[in-house]
Write a protein that binds this ligand. Sequence first.
Ligand SMILES: *[C@@H]1O[C@H](CO)[C@@H](O)[C@H](O)[C@H]1NC(C)=O
Length: 522
Amino acid sequence: MKNAVTVILILLSTSHYGSCAKILGVFSASGRSHYILDSALMKALAEKGHDVTVISAHGEKEPPKTKGTYRSIVVTEILENRKEMMKQLNTNMFDREDVNPFLSTVFMGLFMPKMLEATLQNEEVQKLIHSNEKFDAVIAEQFFSDADKALATHFGAPLIVLSAVGANSWVNTIVGNPSPTSYIPMLQTDYSVPMTFCERLVNSLLYVFGQIFFDLVVYPNENAKIQKSIPNGPDISDVLYNASIVLMNSHPSLNQPVPYVPNMIDIGGFHVQPPKKLPQDLQEFLDNAKDGVIYFSMGSNLKSADFPPEKRDAILRTLSKLKEQVLWKWEEDVLPGQPKNVKLSKWLPQQDILAHPNVKLFITHGGFLSTTETVYHGVPILAIPIFGDQKLNARTAMDNGYGLVLPYQEITEDRFTQSIQEILNNPKYRNNAKKISETFHDRQVSPMETAIYWVEYVIRHKGAPHLRVAGLDLPWYKYYLLDVIGFLVLVSTVVVCISYYLVKAVCKKVCNKRKTKKLKQK
Ligand SMILES: *[C@@H]1O[C@H](CO)[C@@H](O)[C@H](O)[C@H]1NC(C)=O
């Protein structure tokens, strides 16, 4: 009896321990792919019993049925802003393919503060800010969206940062992680390692340019949004470097291995769900494809329907010659000249399709979700990268031997056919995809469990200052030891100068002595 009581007491106390926390997620990035990651984490936390509030550009059709509550605040202004901006730019997304990486940084840096303002000024967000609600943790995404982090200070909660991509100069800066531009290519490039002299030069310039541009333009701009929207809002410099941990959507098998400070946690693959049942027509299509299936999708931002006519024709001619079946994410009702072996759909359950054994190849834009999911399921890729981190992801797939890159400008019937045939006929690509998939899955605990553990860890300890590296508190000239190097250069110059004059003086004396000797001898 006594034992039973103890057991019950222990059960009660453990169920209370780690019990419901209140967690706020604030995600101002407009892209649907970002929301897929953000909401996957927030749903899992709600499923674990926590009460979550999610501020984002997107929402759920139905609130997810979870153990804890899932409240969503949809900032519709974000997508409206984006539409307006695309209209002003008046360009097809594919035109961004050849945008210079310096310009794309400037573009995002000028565009994102508008999104942050939309978020912080949103009516419901303002109500929340002016309420007396408290949170145990605030999760914000690292995507030109540092003003969002001020909500952690406002609600007196530790800050957790979620990064949709692996270690890069944005994340490294905020946690004091080394960012050596000698061997780690910047996100906007498509360099492979080792980099040539010119690549290292451009890579370093991009890094320095980014740092200066953020310090002089982006941060002051974001700070203004904080002061405008949050009463007694903190200065941005006080929130920038205050993240307790950073959850990174990456893994060494996806990107190149790089150094991490102790509060950077890899959770790449956390959003991938076990395969669900496919809709019946897709299931039959995939089951019946005895020569295999090629899955073709340019992601949620780019639309295949926007391919210019000459590229589209080259693609259609290529696909129509294949014996394989093709499943193509095509966003319009009809495709003129649709080949017999091509099935179209406006929306496709990508993860469940990649899980099907008949899928032989994934033709993709190389976005961070698509590359993670393809590695998860061990499917080789043919990448047609357009912007952002896509070129670097594509390049990594090629360097790791599970994919090929077909630059957008070079899409012709010949090149497209050649690339597809190479991947389908050379077993190397599939084997490498399987091998990398195995290392990707070989972990102590699943990436989602890792993510939840670390969020709860931060909540339990009310922050994680003990994981913070001291480098964060140094000014940059001390961090790079410029003062020490300057001192050493000075000392060595003085030593060299003194030695020079000493030697000179001694020589002069010796010479003079000889001269007088010679004179005397005469
Ligand atoms: C920084 O984080 C710590 C730990 O979570 C917290 O106590 C402190 O108030 C935060 N500072 C700011 C300015 O948000």
